[in-house]
Design a protein around this ligand. Structure first.
Ligand SMILES: Cc1ncc(COP(=O)(O)O)c(C=O)c1O
Length: 381
């Protein structure tokens, strides 16, 4: 990967021999990603950024200014959303195993809630009889479920949502205003999304008062051009599908989407510095001034987290002819504190700058206190 000119200029502008690790975001990229979803042709829609991907108030404000709403799965994120000005129906809350206390908190705000089970539905209806509610659905195994980064979100191996049988058994279906589905994360296969959505639509036939279909997120984030989510194909297919549903229902059904990763993934970079070099047989071990608890995708998903790497030396990209197998490790004693185990990089020196790309989603937001390294600063360009 080559960092673009703006990012490089910013890194150079810091002009310090040593610096603490930090994140940088290209704001225009975040805005553009918001717009691609806002531009989906189907008119009756609402796009809600999934705040677990990045809950920094600055990030949320950018999204809000682009007229994208928000989805949260916890009270902390709900409060962060409200602090930057989201309110009422701008906010969707979808989670699981909510306590009575949490439900009361949500119920007293006019936000949208999707519950995860028959017991949760019962609890909600006892607390707030007649108040609008949606249900999270597990569409079962009619579509062969993909196991994505974080496991299964549909099918018999998923813990989430009402099963088809539980959906069938809902006594008064007229009380349900919306159906929610989340098929998995980082998916590029448009037909997979559409086939899953069709299963939800099949269920929707039983709900006479249905107002919305929430298809969740899961849109793949390109690793700097390596792979692209085909938003134009998605647009055509999801719009056709929604037009068809609305026609069959005889009323306009709202489309709700909850994109997370794709909004900020490629906009973000994690920047750190080489503080140690350990030559080994046919390999270099490179220590940096950061820990994976500060940039935790490689820690949480060591098998699949592949973040493109650029090296900066003397203010410019450093690309030497000869590359060698490289492990980049964090500055702790934790044996798994490893950013990358299989990179092919030029021979590095102490003081070189390492920039990891595709670090704008699920990165800063998953900082951990474990091991004792501070939350890195985040800069928006
Ligand atoms: C219900 C729900 N919606 C949306 C998202 C965002 O998903 P993604 O970042 O894959 O787009 C998540 C992520 O876990 C989720 O659980």
């Amino acid at each position: 990967m080559n960092v673009n000119k703006t990012i490089l200029e910013y890194i150079n502008s810091k002009n310090e021999e040593e610096f603490d690790p930090y994140y940088i975001y290209n704001v225009q990229t975040i805005k553009d990603q918001c717009q691609t979803f806002r531009n989906i042709s189907y008119k009756n829609k609402s796009i809600h950024f999934a705040s677990m991907a990045n809950v920094n108030p600055h990030f949320l404000k950018i999204v809000k200014n682009e007229k994208v709403n928000i989805f949260v799965n916890s009270i902390l994120h709900l409060n962060s959303a409200m602090e930057v000005g989201f309110h009422g129906q701008d906010i969707i809350f979808t989670s699981s195993a909510l306590s009575v206390k949490t439900m009361k908190y949500i119920g007293n705000l006019d936000i949208q809630l999707n519950v995860d089970s028959p017991n949760q539905l019962k609890q909600w209806q006892q607390l707030f009889p007649g108040k609008a509610i949606g249900i999270r659905c597990n569409i079962g195994d009619n579509v062969k479920p993909y196991s994505t980064h974080a496991g299964f979100f549909i099918g018999k191996d998923s813990r989430l949502g009402f099963t088809r049988e539980e959906i069938r058994q809902i006594a008064d279906k007229s009380k349900i205003k919306g159906l929610h589905l989340y098929v998995g994360t980082d998916i590029f296969d448009i037909d997979y999304f559409i086939n899953c959505y069709k299963e939800l639509i099949d269920i929707a036939g039983d709900f006479p008062e249905l107002e919305y279909l929430n298809f969740g997120g899961g849109f793949g984030a390109s690793e700097n051009g390596a792979k692209h989510f085909n938003i134009s194909e998605y647009n055509t297919k999801v719009t056709n599908l929604m037009n068809q549903v609305s026609e069959e229902k005889g009323k306009s059904i709202k489309l709700i989407l909850e994109p997370g990763r794709i909004i900020g993934g490629i906009a973000g970079y994690f920047v750190c510095q080489v503080t140690d070099v350990k030559p080994r047989e046919n390999k270099q071990l490179i220590g940096v001034n950061a820990s994976t608890v500060q940039f935790s995708r490689p820690l949480l998903y060591p098998e699949i987290a592949r973040h493109p790497i650029s090296i900066i030396r003397n203010g410019g990209p450093y690309i030497s002819g000869k590359k060698m197998p490289t492990t980049i490790f964090g500055c702790s004693t934790y044996s798994r504190d490893i950013f990358s185990n299989n990179a092919e990089l030029p021979v590095l020196n102490i003081g070189d700058i390492i920039v990891f790309g595709n670090a704008g989603s699920y990165s800063a937001s998953s900082h951990m206190q474990f091991l004792g390294f501070p939350k890195p600063e985040e800069f928006y360009l």
